[in-house]
Design a protein around this ligand. Structure first.
Ligand SMILES: Cc1cc2nc3c(=O)[nH]c(=O)nc-3n(C[C@H](O)[C@H](O)[C@H](O)COP(=O)(O)O)c2cc1C
Length: 179
């Protein structure tokens, strides 16, 4: 898929077919996520890709909040993206950049690539920011003192449909040009 088409094709998918995502496809998508840029090439992203049905069953209700995420149980795969804590960046660049939150930025870039890679393979994703962080980390064996940034559902969309129109602010309301 052409890159600029992928930007339009990628959309949050909240209805999945009951079709598994195979390991090779998962590795392809995660490898694309790992090609993202990161501050000092620190690569603080860590992934836990869950396709095990029992773990998915336990994980799903931990994403539920009133009126949100009640469709998550359909997803054949959920990827947890957590931030590996390291003082490497501080050692290299000092503390002056700590409030720039580089690792959060790095993970965002990586998740963006993950979602676009999935779209390129015809798969749907939805980033989830709402979940019980402590319980999800305990369930998936993610260190309790790390930050679990997002979960990403992944799977084959239930229905093939053209991409929805994007609801986005007008470019001139978010971008300035100094020419
Ligand atoms: C950090 C983050 C957290 C999000 N959390 C949720 C969520 O918990 N549940 C959900 O259904 N969508 C969630 N979304 C998806 C957004 O609602 C969606 O990206 C946005 O409305 C734009 O729609 P689109 O992805 O279809 O282009 C999240 C997106 C991001 C980037």
């Amino acid at each position: 898929m052409e890159l600029f088409d992928a930007f339009k094709t990628r959309e949050s998918c909240r209805a999945y077919a009951d079709t598994p995502v195979d390991r090779q496809t998962l590795e392809r998508i995660l490898s694309a996520a790992c090609l993202a840029p990161s501050a000092g090439n620190g690569q603080p992203w860590r992934f836990v890709a869950v396709t095990n049905k029992d773990i998915l069953t336990a994980l799903t209700p931990l994403t539920h909040a009133p009126g949100i995420n009640h469709w998550v149980g359909q997803a054949p795969c959920i990827i947890a993206v957590w931030e590996h804590i390291s003082d490497r960046m501080t050692a290299r660049y000092g503390e002056q950049y700590l409030n720039m939150q580089w690792p959060a930025m790095d993970l965002g870039l990586s998740v963006g690539q993950l979602c676009l890679a999935a779209a390129g393979l015809g798969l749907g994703t939805c980033i989830l920011g709402c979940f019980d962080e402590a319980k999800v980390k305990a369930l998936l064996g993610i260190p309790a003192d790390s930050v679990l940034r997002v979960l990403v559902t992944l799977g084959h969309p239930k229905e093939a449909a053209p991409p929805r129109d994007k609801k986005r602010l007008a470019l001139d309301s978010v971008a300035q040009f100094i020419e």
